[in-house]
Design a protein around this ligand. Structure first.
Ligand code: F6P
Length: 550
């Protein structure tokens, strides 16, 4: 048994879970008019209501005991302090330094990294402004109208999510595009509409060795040269974001057109670094600074607030509560904001690449569950797709609802009518999940509407909602660079705290390696076929089927 599952805090939570097995949230609300006030808090421009969870004050107390037992506060100090907490890669984890808006130095191996962080930001500012102002010209002297970011994983998901989320703040004449998939369709469909003379490519890759990104980048360069003809023009149309200057040079991009970052920035935590260049080009350096400031405000809250009033800590512990004590294997993030439509996809990498682990930091197999499956869609679309299962299915799926009080598009018969409908749905969904509908309530409702007793009884089991299904609601006044920054940082720290509780390394990703390795073995075998016995019969058979049918 690992230390965690053997620990007193763990055992106390397991006992408590049995004790409250029959407790219903609707009764807790009825018994305590102060429940909303007791289980809600505000930080960094975000409001969190966590009262619709299967918890009492005792639950929270026991979860906080678990956090203290696992030394969440110490781990937080070690992360902010630049210690090499990513043990398997011997790296510090300092995405927080990228948005450090204070004068506080941040040291790695005894050296303050802040001057280098500020220097890259200044170069990014100047470059983004020159593209936005039309001063950066293509090889025929025309201003740039389209920027294509080529990257994948953390070098794509953060920039695309934030660029979509902050569209109301975007430059009117420079359009952003994102290509990630090695499927040639992705690049081809983007390039169809673009003019090489006015298109700028940002090749974003921390390692600059990622197969998908390099393949797309080479094809983009070929497409560009079909028109531009001269290699010398590449410099006006290709810039790189990377930690690997040697590989950037090898690709043919002048290091003068490279924006660097550092090995202490994990890919999925990198949108605050030069990887955020497309975001900055879209919204401008001032707005990008607001994004950083919003994240910094959440960092300060996380670093300094007591555990019991600490938003990322509370969200993390609630996740642990359901994952480990309620057997909830998935959870849903449901942004009621179309601008956040890529937020669940972004969080999938953040959460599942970070906490999809099954050995402790010391290398022992865990004997408890770790990271859940995360999924989501913007509301109200999800309501007409998978919410049925969340309301009446056999699995418990905790939900996070995210919404803004105001909209950037106040349209409708009366100003803002769409937004009021949207928000009425988010509030209704959370209430429906919590309250459910009892058999007696179904009977009363159907009888009132004139249904015959026989019909009522036949339908009652189908129309009952079990309720007691948990959710958090996160609200902000408006979706802005600052509130988006705070929201992303909230989830980053939530994931971090869960990793600390589970005693896993949230900052490596060895699980993506095996597939990559095998693909590089299989690629040269595609035409000729593999050597006898090189693969299992299924893999060999699939390759043969492809050769026969292409
Ligand atoms: O999916 C594995 C991964 O290493 C991610 O962690 C990373 O964000 C992505 O690949 C892209 O890596 P790079 O930025 O080095 O191209």
């Amino acid at each position: 048994m690992t230390a965690l599952s053997h620990s007193s805090a763990w055992a106390a939570l397991a006992r408590h879970r049995r004790d409250i097995a029959d407790t219903r949230m609707r009764d807790l609300f009825a018994a305590d008019p102060g429940r909303f006030g007791a289980f809600s808090l505000e930080a960094a421009g975000l409001f969190l209501d966590y009262s619709k969870n299967c918890i009492t004050q005792d639950t929270v107390g026991l979860l906080l005991d678990l956090a203290r037992q696992q030394d969440v506060e110490g781990a937080c100090a070690r992360m902010f302090g630049g210690e090499p907490i990513n043990l398997t890669e011997k790296r510090a984890v300092l995405h927080t330094a990228l948005r450090n808006r204070s004068d506080r130095p941040v040291t790695v191996d005894g050296r303050d990294v802040m001057p280098a962080v500020r220097a890259v930001l200044e170069r990014m500012d100047a470059f983004a402004n020159s593209v936005r102002d039309g001063d950066w010209r293509g090889y025929t002297g025309q201003p740039i109208t389209d920027v294509v970011n080529i990257g994948i994983g953390g070098s794509d998901l953060g920039p695309v999510m934030a660029t979509e989320a902050l569209k109301p703040f975007a430059h009117a004449h420079v359009a952003l595009h994102f290509v990630s998939n090695v499927d040639g369709t992705h690049l081809a469909e983007q390039l169809k509409w673009l003019d090489p003379e006015t298109t700028l490519f940002v090749i974003a890759s921390k390692t600059f060795t990622t197969q998908e990104t390099l393949t797309n980048a080479h094809s983009a360069r070929r497409w560009f040269l079909e028109t531009a003809k001269d290699e010398a023009h590449v410099a006006r149309h290709f810039v790189a974001v990377s930690t690997n200057e040697a590989e950037v040079r090898k690709f043919g991009i002048d290091p003068a057109n490279m924006f660097g970052f550092w090995d202490w920035v994990g890919g999925r935590y990198s949108l605050w670094s030069a990887i955020g260049l497309p975001i900055m080009i879209a919204i401008g350096p001032e707005r990008f600074a607001e994004l950083l400031a919003g994240a910094h405000a959440m960092d300060e809250h996380f670093r300094t607030a007591p555990l019991e009033r600490n938003m990322p800590v509370l969200l993390a512990l609630l996740g642990v509560w359901y994952r480990n004590f309620w057997d909830a294997s998935s959870y849903a993030v449901l942004p009621y904001d179309q601008y956040l439509h890529r937020f669940p996809a972004y969080l999938q990498q953040l959460d599942m690449e970070s906490n999809g682990k099954s050995v402790t930091r010391g290398g022992e197999p865990v004997d408890y569950q770790t990271g859940p499956v995360l999924f989501g869609e913007p509301g109200t679309n999800g309501q007409h797709a998978f919410y049925q299962l969340i309301h009446q299915g056999t699995s418990l799926i905790p939900c996070d609802f995210v919404a803004a009080a105001t909209t950037h598009n106040p349209i409708g018969a009366e100003a803002g009518a769409h937004h009021r409908i949207l928000l009425s749905n988010v509030f209704a969904q959370a209430e429906a999940l919590m309250r459910g509908k009892t058999a007696d309530e179904v009977r009363a409702e159907m009888t009132k509407s004139g249904k015959l007793a026989e019909e009522v009884e036949a339908l009652v089991p189908h129309r009952v909602f079990p309720g007691n299904r948990p959710s958090n609601t996160i609200l902000m006044q408006s979706l802005t660079p600052a509130t988006l920054g705070a929201l992303i940082a909230l989830y980053e720290h939530k994931v971090f705290v869960q990793g600390v509780v589970w005693d896993i390394n949230s900052f490596d990703q060895w699980g993506v390696e095996l597939g990559k390795q095998l693909a590089s073995t299989i690629l040269p075998e595609m035409e000729s076929g593999p050597a006898e016995g090189a693969h299992d019969s299924s893999t060999t058979g699939l390759m043969a089927w492809w050769r026969a049918n292409r």
